[in-house]
Ligand binder design. Structure first.
Ligand code: GLU
Length: 288
């Protein structure tokens, strides 16, 4: 089978060194295997994505020497596919609407126990949802509700989830990984699959459907997403999608060890370019 991978930037700002490293890693893995490299524009968050950021991403990638297969894959063009997947999960009785705001969830999770405040448990999808709306059914959905996956039911629907495996490489660990029912129920919980503020389907749903549509055989991305792979594997099983291998690479950090992606002031690739640095300089800066 031909190797296929992708780089999936969100056009919500300029690319920085961490993105350059991720894009170059994926591109070079594809080249080394005579495979295909795709661009997946993760532009579903329409409130934050801008065409000018998208244009800058293309310019930065070209400057780095990266080329990609036509056409660029846009999340915003695939609403029907995501809706069909949501309908399928709804028909299985695995979804419910949720009107909780972040603050409600935080308050429910940090309610003092025996007088002692507790830190909300977090998983790969943020705070582990306490289940406030879990008894609601989809017909009761109101404008502005998010849609959550009932994780306990999803796990029960699949039966023996520990038989669901994937291949993982990278600094996070190499070898076959498998789903764990307890971890999914208590460490991940009822994830959001569609959200009110962001015009539709959430990242976990879109990424599994898009990787399948592109025929990705190995998803290459930062190790900050390694924990999310269990969610993706679960959704692949629920939606009968193929499972690619996963390569989670190291993250590029600043001198204080903070992840560049989390720094508002992380320096844009375009700034290095404007200052006269070469693509080789940027490669050297990220250790390539
Ligand atoms: N847009 C996502 C990110 O930059 C893509 C993650 C992925 O490659 O799956 O974090």
């Amino acid at each position: 089978m031909r190797y296929v991978t992708r780089f999936a930037p969100s056009p919500t700002g300029p690319l920085h060194l961490g993105h350059a490293y991720s894009a170059l890693t994926a591109f070079e893995r594809a080249q080394a295997r005579d495979g295909a490299f795709h661009l997946r524009m993760d532009d579903g968050d329409t409130a934050r994505c801008r065409p000018e950021w998208e244009a800058l991403i293309y310019a930065d990638l070209r400057w780095l020497g990266i080329t990609w297969a036509d056409p660029v894959h846009h999340v915003t063009a695939r609403g029907d596919i995501y809706d069909a997947a949501l309908s399928r999960l709804e028909a299985l009785g695995l979804l419910y609407p949720c009107g909780c705001r972040r603050r409600d969830i935080h308050n429910a999770l940090s309610a003092p126990q025996e007088g002692v405040p507790v830190d909300p448990a977090t998983g790969p999808d943020g705070m582990v949802y306490p289940g406030t709306c879990r008894t609601r059914s989809m017909p009761s959905a109101r404008d502005g509700d998010a849609v959550r996956l009932n994780m306990t039911r999803a796990v029960a629907h699949l039966g023996d989830v520990c038989a669901l495996t994937w291949m993982e490489t990278g600094p996070f660990g190499t070898g076959q990984q498998r789903l764990n029912a307890d971890q999914l129920r208590t460490g991940v919980g009822d994830i959001v699959l569609s959200r009110r503020e962001r015009g539709g389907a959430a990242y976990h749903l879109t990424v599994v459907l898009d990787d399948a549509a592109l025929g990705v055989t190995e998803a290459v991305r930062g190790m900050d997403l390694a924990e999310a792979t269990q969610i993706h594997r679960l959704l692949q099983a629920l939606l009968d999608l193929p499972t690619p291998d996963y390569h989670h690479h190291d993250l590029i950090r600043d001198a204080q060890g903070k992840r560049l992606a989390k720094r508002a002031d992380a320096k844009a690739i375009s700034k290095f370019r404007d200052e006269g640095l070469t693509p080789q300089d940027v490669r050297a800066m990220v250790g390539l």
